[in-house]
Unconditional design. Structure first.
Length: 259
């Protein structure tokens, strides 16, 4: 495999077989922040005399903050405007992360290898800028070429919009990208955008999720491994197109990714 150009955004990606970009989720993928979110939810819900258990907390993993706040207000009875709910929860999480970012094992090493190879990177999260800025500031300058945060899209995960926006900003096609996620909601967003998807489960179950590749940890995952996933992804897309062409049937679900 030949090295990419120094700038990282030009060159012939087909020759190198490298991903056009590697797109990282934040909560549960780059940092193990889900326990802090669970604690923030429990403390807030407790102020209104309600219990908040692990199963309820896992239910919200991967949701946009606005949708999570709506759920807490309408279904649980947290009598606050959505913006206040979001600010209360995120401030708690940001304070915890700022003290000592709980990096997921293998995530920083993989990010460093991708950057060293000149491959563009993106951070795609439903957290807001207050959270993303805290995490980005704890990393080397230039670790992400673009950041898509929750307030920048009208439709958050599981819709494909966040990943499509990240690819567009980087000037690449989503099916040429690898996305790394931890939840069904996030992986569905990346998959439906057309990305090849690597799922490393964290706080919530990913049972029943299809069209992605699973791995227990990012420890030992390399850029070469991501390139191989992209190769398999493209092969799956080509096979799908051949099958559709042979049957004369069009796809009713858009781009389907394989893992």
């Amino acid at each position: 495999m030949s090295a990419p150009d120094a700038g990282g955004f030009g060159g012939n990606r087909q020759e190198t077989s490298l991903p056009a970009a590697v797109l990282f989720d934040l909560d549960g993928t780059l940092v193990d922040s889900e326990p802090l979110w669970f604690e923030a939810e429990r403390l807030l819900v407790g102020e209104y005399g309600q219990d908040w258990g692990p199963e309820q907390a896992r239910h919200l993993v991967g949701w946009s903050l606005w949708d999570s706040a709506t759920y807490l207000r309408e279904e649980i009875g947290v009598d606050l405007p959505n913006a206040v709910i979001i600010d209360r929860m995120q401030s708690h999480v940001v304070a915890g992360v700022a003290k000592a970012p709980p990096w997921r094992r293998g995530a920083k090493a993989l990010l460093a290898e991708v950057l060293a190879a000149g491959v563009p990177t993106g951070l795609v999260t439903m957290s807001y800028r207050q959270m993303t800025d805290t995490v980005v500031q704890a990393l080397p300058v230039g670790s992400f070429h673009t950041v898509v945060s929750g307030e920048e899209v009208s439709r958050g995960k599981p819709h494909p919009d966040p990943y499509l926006l990240a690819a567009d900003r980087l000037g690449v096609a989503a099916p040429d990208c690898i996305a790394i996620e931890d939840s069904v909601t996030g992986a569905t967003s990346a998959r439906d955008a057309g990305c090849a998807v690597l799922v490393v489960p964290a706080a919530a179950s990913v049972e029943g999720l299809s069209g992605v590749t699973f791995r227990a940890s990012l420890v030992g995952m390399s850029l070469a491994g991501l390139a191989e996933l992209l190769h398999e992804h493209r092969a799956g897309l080509a096979e799908l197109r051949r099958d559709q062409s042979g049957s004369g049937a069009g796809s009713s679900t858009g781009i389907a990714a394989t893992g």
